[in-house]
Design a protein around this ligand. Structure first.
Ligand code: 4AD
Ligand code: MG
Length: 479
């Protein structure tokens, strides 16, 4: 007999057919004579209803049927007499594939806190919530590849181990095979990385951008989708030490093309979620509503699906950094010193409180900020003619702040070299990057989308540690 997954089974009207289904017990309830088992296999939110009659199923089997146990069930599919499901399976044979001790099983059929589930991340896939998040995460990965594939982009695997620091931020994890207790030293007493595995100091990548640029300057349109690592000690609900980033890079494109691409991509993947994840989004929307019940009405967020549709229906607001700073300086929270960081002058780095003010209070829609001061941005960004700003663009979203960061790149050899010197970027290790500005350089642009930040938006979850299966953050690399 061919096994059916729960998703196909629960919508089937092939009544009286013999079926085989396997999965894990969510709950079991009933009387001495008949038990009702809710069985889930991850294929969808809903459970299959299994009816186990004590005349057909031996007591020793039912005695082992607890939440968390894995079962294989054969039976007859019949129309359900009860409410809440179309059909049920009258079990003729139940095999307990994996037992579960009900006294020790952490996932009880009740509401657990997110904190508790984080500590039990090995089992949290077995909850409705993490089943939903896992399915939405998968759908978004698929949607992103779909979007770029349709537009003729090539997917590039950029290296995970690198010798360069793309963002120049220096928040990197070292990769080494040297003996930490007794590393080889140079004559001047420093660690001698020439003796290390790669013959030089290496680290985990913070971005695949620089390599994506190399590929774009031959393939025209490329994107990376890979893990990135940042050793910044930010214990916030929006930062991970290991996160996934999507980085498109396009030749013959400027910063306006870049913004158009970013907006089209975000709208495409949000539409994809609405079209393909309706059941999970409905569940996530309800969760958010319950979560926010205690909050005063004015602080509650828009219902999830409405919020997703809102992004689709509105053009993102595009303003320059200079305009944004003017708005912030004149804003109530700035004048009343309600911001943690008061905006005093042009050149200040915006914090997420400022980004969220612009998006949630001032414009009430996604905002793209362009033309930032060069002093707060990376060396590779295209320098504007004013000598002060660069052709950068950050996309800001409600509840999240920055979801995308990108720019047009400096394609002019002399300007790039001058900027690298000013910012102390070592030329020796970047010769290959500089080479592209010598051989057929052209205007090009790209951006990075933080995949987990996108998922925060689409799922309505508020902590980034809950939208990646096994989060890495300061003092935590469990599982
Ligand atoms: O703004 P960032 O640092 O940009 C870059 O890395 C560029 N090389 C991208 C490019 O132009 N190709 O990071 C891009 C995005 C941010 O907007 C944010 O969404 C996400 O990556 N991000 C993080 N997400 C989770 N945890 C962190 N610690 C993150 N740091 C950045
Ligand atoms: Mg950024």
């Amino acid at each position: 007999m061919k096994r059916m997954n729960v998703k196909d089974l629960i919508t089937s009207t092939q009544f009286n057919e013999e079926v085989l289904v396997k999965g894990w017990v969510r709950t079991i309830r009933g009387s001495k004579n008949v038990s009702f088992i809710a069985l889930n296999d991850g294929s969808c939110m809903a459970n299959a209803q299994i009816v186990a009659d004590s005349e057909k199923i031996p007591a020793e089997i039912l005695d082992k049927t607890h939440s968390g146990a894995a079962l294989s069930i054969e039976g007859q599919l019949v129309e359900s007499k009860g409410k809440g499901q179309l059909n049920e399976v009258l079990a003729t044979k139940i095999e307990v594939l994996g037992e579960s001790n009900p006294d020790e099983y952490p996932i009880q059929p009740k509401r657990h806190t997110l904190e508790f589930l984080r500590e039990n991340a090995h089992l949290r896939f077995r909850t409705n919530l993490f089943g939903a998040i896992t399915r939405v995460r998968h759908a978004m990965i698929f949607a992103i590849h779909d979007f770029f594939n349709h537009r003729g982009f090539y997917n590039i695997h950029s290296p995970i181990i690198t010798g360069s620091d793309a963002e120049g931020a220096g928040e990197m994890f070292k990769v080494t095979t040297l003996d930490m207790l007794n590393p080889p030293k140079t004559e001047t007493g420093e660690v001698d990385y020439s003796k290390d595995f790669f013959g030089k100091a290496t680290n985990l990548t913070v971005s695949g951008q620089l390599e994506a640029e190399l590929a774009a300057l031959a393939m025209s349109k490329v994107y990376t989708f890979g893990p990135t690592f940042r050793a910044e000690n930010s214990n916030t609900s929006r930062h991970l030490a290991e996160f996934w980033m999507i980085e498109p890079e396009v030749a013959f494109a400027d910063n306006n093309d870049n913004m158009d691409l970013a907006e089209a991509m975000l709208k495409y993947v949000v539409q994809y979620a609405l079209d393909n994840c309706a059941e999970d989004l409905e569940f996530l929307e309800q969760r958010l509503k319950n979560e926010e019940k205690q909050k005063p009405e004015s602080e509650r967020s828009m219902p999830l699906v409405e919020k997703l549709k809102f992004v689709l229906e509105n053009d993102f607001e595009r303003i320059t950094y200079t305009e944004a700073i003017d708005i912030l300086k004149k804003s109530k929270p700035n004048k009343k010193k309600k911001f943690d960081y008061i905006i005093e002058e042009w050149g200040a780095d915006m914090q997420s409180e400022h980004e969220r003010f612009l998006v949630e209070k001032h414009f009430k829609k996604p905002v793209i900020i362009t033309d930032y001061p060069k002093g707060i941005k990376a060396f590779y960004m295209k320098q504007n003619d004013d000598g002060k700003t660069v052709a950068a663009m950050d996309v800001l979203f409600p509840q999240i702040g920055e979801i995308i960061g990108g720019s047009q790149r400096e394609e002019n050899y002399d300007k790039l070299m001058t900027r690298m010197k000013e910012m102390d970027i070592p030329e020796e290790t970047m010769w290959w990057y500089i080479d592209t500005r010598k051989f057929g350089t052209v205007p090009h642009a790209g951006y990075g989308l933080g995949f987990e930040r996108l998922l925060l938006f689409v799922t309505g979850m508020t902590n980034i540690r809950d939208v990646i299966p096994f989060p890495r953050f300061p003092k935590n690399a469990e599982f």
